[in-house]
Design a protein. Structure first.
Length: 138
């Protein structure tokens, strides 16, 4: 949807410039890491390998008997966000469409999308689940 409604490579500012919204294509990973790799290496790493890892993670969550609810929610968010970014790469010639930026003045995040929020939330929930599990084991 971002590619249909947002002007390419221009960021609109909202709420005293805390939020910026605009269209950006990212051929790399987090903060553009890997964007200098050759096209075929990026495809293998960010599309094929990530797809295989997501498939393995899906099989794990379906077969695991001892996962707590927090871990299941986290893994579901990870699968959703990761799957969304892989889909983006498949339909957008290897690029993920990013469109959000948050910050104050010159201190800003990189440009990201909702799938990235799901992935980051999943990471935090997995950390919380691990800490909770350690506390209950002591």
């Amino acid at each position: 949807m971002a590619s249909n409604y947002l002007p390419k490579f221009y960021m609109d500012s909202y709420f005293y410039d805390i939020f910026r919204v605009g269209y950006a294509e990212n051929i790399g990973a987090f903060l553009g890491m890997g964007n200098s790799l050759a096209d075929e290496h990026r495809f293998l790493l960010f599309t094929v390998l990530v797809s295989l890892l997501l498939a393995a993670l899906f099989i794990y969550v379906v077969c695991a008997k001892n996962l707590d609810t927090l871990s299941i929610v986290a893994i579901t968010l990870l699968l959703s966000g990761g799957g969304s970014n892989v889909y983006d790469r498949i339909v957008n010639d290897g690029a993920v469409i990013d469109f959000l930026n948050i910050g104050f003045g010159n201190v800003r995040t990189g440009v990201f999308n909702v799938a990235d929020v799901a992935i980051m939330t999943a990471g935090l929930l997995l950390i919380l689940s691990n800490l909770k599990s350690r506390e209950s084991n002591q």
